[in-house]
Ligand binder design. Structure first.
Ligand SMILES: [Zn+2]
Length: 94
């Protein structure tokens, strides 16, 4: 379960953004959360601009820049995707 902070990410930032102002708002929000110690930057999987994990609830987020026609967004990573990512990272270590 995501903490109150992670659950309150504005839906407008969660996918489908292509407007410059929205991209900047998503970047500022994630930078603020890192600066306040709530989010920790993670190794960024290829194809993503930045990745973060929440120190309170452990949720992972990916910041994706728009790549027309694909929209960008600040996406919460599902638990399943998170687990797949962990297993991939472990396999690369072997
Ligand atoms: Zn959280």
């Amino acid at each position: 379960m995501a903490c109150a902070q992670c659950s309150s990410i504005p839906l407008g930032l969660s996918g489908q953004f292509s407007a410059r102002a929205t991209i900047e708002a998503a970047e500022i929000l994630s930078q603020d959360l890192v600066a306040s110690g709530r989010w920790t930057p993670m190794n960024t999987p290829s194809g993503f601009t930045a990745a973060f994990s929440c120190s309170e609830c452990g949720a992972h987020f990916h910041l994706v820049m728009p790549d027309p026609p694909a929209a960008g967004g600040l996406f919460r990573v599902s638990v399943t995707q998170q687990r797949i990512g962990e297993l991939r990272a472990r396999r690369q270590e072997l």
